[in-house]
Design a protein around this ligand. Structure first.
Ligand code: SF4
Length: 224
């Protein structure tokens, strides 16, 4: 039986995703979140919010002093706006982040018994939480998130040939990537892509001739 072009394409992309996943697993056997959240769901919630337009390294740096004062959502719901701003100032967008963390904390305490929600609908209803954070939390905490389509993942997956290079639409990225990566593998693959991007495929100055994915990468194959 002849497969339709659409079906063939999906099969090809699934095979590419599996090969990328297998190679990255060999290069980075440990797929840890770059945010050092110490296995604590509340920490990951706050750190994911702080990481918007900020490096993971900086977020890790502020976390010790920060969680000494807001170890739980209850503490965060009660801390003053000014004090929280002070604690997270170096992460940028500190007013907005402080406000949304305090408001989210209050909702988590009042509506969810102090637990970070384990479903997309309740997560997306929290102030400051978009699909990227929701997918990160669902994937890392509960093993059921979608692909975390941030700028780095979108750049790399475009170069690899999963969709047109330069595409910057996270919703479209998820629509293409989620069906070809099994749910239980998404969080680890996303973490490995972060490591891989830093080491081999940064936004500028990537050297494809030194890349371990060059032979299967659409952009890499075009390099003479
Ligand atoms: S071959 Fe080049 S473009 Fe492709 S993933 Fe490697 S570094 Fe990035």
């Amino acid at each position: 039986m002849k497969m339709s072009n659409k079906r063939t394409k999906k099969t090809d992309l699934s095979a590419l995703a599996a090969e990328v996943g297998a190679r990255l697993e060999r290069i980075y056997p440990v797929a840890e979140c770059a945010l050092d959240y110490k296995g604590d769901e509340w920490r990951l919630f706050v750190m994911a919010r702080l990481s918007a337009q900020c490096t993971d390294k900086r977020v890790n740096e502020v976390s010790e002093a920060l969680f000494a004062e807001i170890p739980t959502p209850k503490h965060a719901a009660e801390i003053s706006q000014e004090r929280l701003e002070e604690l997270i100032r170096s992460c940028g967008l500190f007013r907005e982040k402080a406000r949304s963390i305090r408001e989210s904390a209050a909702i988590i305490v009042e509506k969810h018994g102090g637990k970070v929600p384990d479903n997309e609908r309740d997560l997306l209803a929290l102030p400051g939480v978009g699909r990227k954070i929701a997918n990160l939390l669902l994937g890392d905490l509960y093993g059921k998130g979608g692909m975390v389509c941030d700028t780095h993942l979108m750049r790399i997956c475009g170069r690899l040939g999963f969709y047109e290079e330069g595409m910057k639409d996270p919703t479209k990225c998820e629509r293409i990537m989620n069906p070809i990566v099994p749910m239980e593998k998404r969080a680890d693959l996303c973490h490995r892509i972060v490591f891989f991007g830093r080491e081999y495929c940064p936004a500028r100055g990537n050297d494809c001739t030194k890349c371990p994915l060059m032979d299967i990468c659409a952009a890499g194959k075009r390099v003479k």
